[in-house]
Design a protein around this ligand. Structure first.
Ligand code: MG
Length: 470
């Protein structure tokens, strides 16, 4: 081989390997499986997300780690079941706990690899200064510290006496959000800040995390989207979120970055059903937010990276948000966290090897620290538990549905999700061997992480961060 040819190979090789991909991670709030037009939404369209699916891979069996805000976010950013890292629920605005600063987040791991790191949107992993995003590996933060229904103006929770909700820039509280009109500024402002971050960091690898606070209630959209859908304010909000994704993907293209950027779109938990303005759809899966049925945890998920992830593909393999951290680590050559994690990397599957099934193993479905279900392949064993049910809503006034039951008694049941994705037909009696196998998996989970339903402690739960009251 001549020297010139060798040089050419070397240069090409370096170009491909020395430039780590940018990562953009959209994490939408309370978005149901059926809330995109590509997954069946009616009354509005999500053309930018549909286009993203056409140019990338859509995952139909992708699970949030727990069906509530803080827990789900802790899992995404640490690659752990949320109860392993001590964040098993939703943190209130005045909570003294937060994600332990000792936990290593995606942002910290990528920052150590030379990435610029930014979060624009809702944090919800501790609102005390010690727990804010800059203390967890992010260079730039602009957003809200927790859900915007934890708010003095909340239409039906005024009795909770919530403190004022402020925008936060880096570590400093800014403008208070005082009206629904100001809530309508969330999506466009976050979009503008995310685009500013891309412009600022276009010459180095970056990790851009965009946890949009909507369509969590209370819902509000910009004037130019109001009345644009046939599904009321919920559809208008979804159209604006889709616009946001289009703007951010458009900026990647304008900067010539989109071929070197992995974009991931998913959500923290399923939809509210029978609740205020929230008209989200679980796409036919059972129940919704706050439950361990598929409607609570199965999320519409799309990943796009032109030339690397196959376009127009649908993958039905079981995966979870906890698998994103080890996958990004492998893609970027970053190191794994020092402490144990639960995620499994799926790089080969992501790049198109459909024979791969990295999460063949199992998945635990905890709600707070109660092990409500375990899954292996398409078999899902539900343990008897009290919990939220939208279907078993309490009687309301004037023939309307009342509040959701929070103490519905669900019986033990076995479902075969390949034949019965709606979890309707209990086949427990017919499959004693499968039940025994799933019971063993559950026993391992209880030893490891505990189980409030069986009053078991678990050996390997780590503590959250805690501050003294100020
Ligand atoms: Mg949520």
């Amino acid at each position: 081989m001549g020297w010139g040819l060798l040089m050419a190979y070397t240069v090409v090789g370096q170009k491909a390997s020395s430039k780590n991909p940018n990562i953009v991670l959209f994490f939408i709030d309370d978005l149901g499986y059926g809330d995109l037009s590509v997954t069946g939404a009616l009354g509005y369209k999500t053309p930018n997300l549909d286009q993203m699916a056409a140019e990338g891979t859509r995952f139909t069996n992708f699970m949030a780690a727990q069906a509530v805000c803080s827990a789900s976010r802790a899992a995404l950013l640490t690659g752990c079941y949320p109860n392993r890292v001590g964040i098993p629920g939703a943190l209130g605005p005045e909570s003294l706990i937060g994600l332990n600063p000792k936990e290593e987040t995606i942002a910290e791991l990528l920052k150590a690899k030379g990435y610029a790191t930014g979060i624009f949107g809702k944090w919800h992993l501790g609102s005390r200064p010690e727990f804010l995003p800059l203390q967890q590996g992010f260079d730039d933060y602009y957003g809200v510290p927790y859900s915007h229904d934890m708010w003095p103006l909340h239409p039906w929770q005024k009795q909770a006496n919530y403190p004022a909700l402020h925008w936060i820039q880096n570590n400093t509280p800014g403008k208070e959000i005082k009206t629904l009109e100001e809530v309508s500024e969330l999506t466009p402002t976050i979009t503008e800040k995310a685009i500013g971050f891309i412009k600022k960091n276009k010459n180095k690898p970056f990790f851009l995390y965009v946890p949009h606070p909507l369509p969590h209630v209370p819902l509000a959209a910009s004037k130019r989207f109001i009345g644009k859908s046939e599904k009321g304010i919920f559809g208008d909000v979804l159209m604006e979120l889709d616009w946001s994704v289009g703007e951010i993907l458009g900026e990647l293209k304008r900067q010539g970055l989109d071929k070197n950027t992995l974009v991931i779109f998913t959500s923290d938990n399923g939809p509210w059903l029978n609740y205020g303005d929230h008209a989200g759809s679980s796409g036919g899966f059972r129940e919704g937010k706050g439950t361990s049925f598929e409607g609570g945890q199965r999320e519409p998920t799309i990943m796009r990276w032109p030339g690397v992830i196959p376009a127009g593909r649908v993958s039905n393999q079981l995966l979870s948000t906890i698998d994103i951290l080890p996958t990004l680590v492998k893609l970027t050559g970053a190191r794994l966290p020092a402490e144990k994690i639960d995620g499994i990397e799926f790089v080969d599957l992501l790049k198109g090897d459909d024979a791969q099934n990295p999460r063949q193993e199992f998945l635990y479905y905890y709600r707070k620290n109660s092990l409500e279900a375990v899954r292996k392949g398409n078999w899902k064993l539900i343990f008897a538990h009290p919990g939220r049910s939208y279907e078993a809503f309490l009687p309301g006034k004037d023939g309307q549905p009342g509040p959701t039951s929070e103490t519905h008694e669900f019986p033990k049941a076995l479902y075969n999700l390949s034949r019965d994705p709606g979890e309707r037909y209990n086949v427990l009696e017919q499959n004693p061997d499968i039940v025994a196998e799933l019971e063993k998996i559950a026993e391992k989970a209880r030893e490891d992480l505990g189980d409030d339903l069986q009053k078991k402690e678990g050996k390997n739960r780590r503590a959250p961060g805690v501050v003294e009251r100020k």
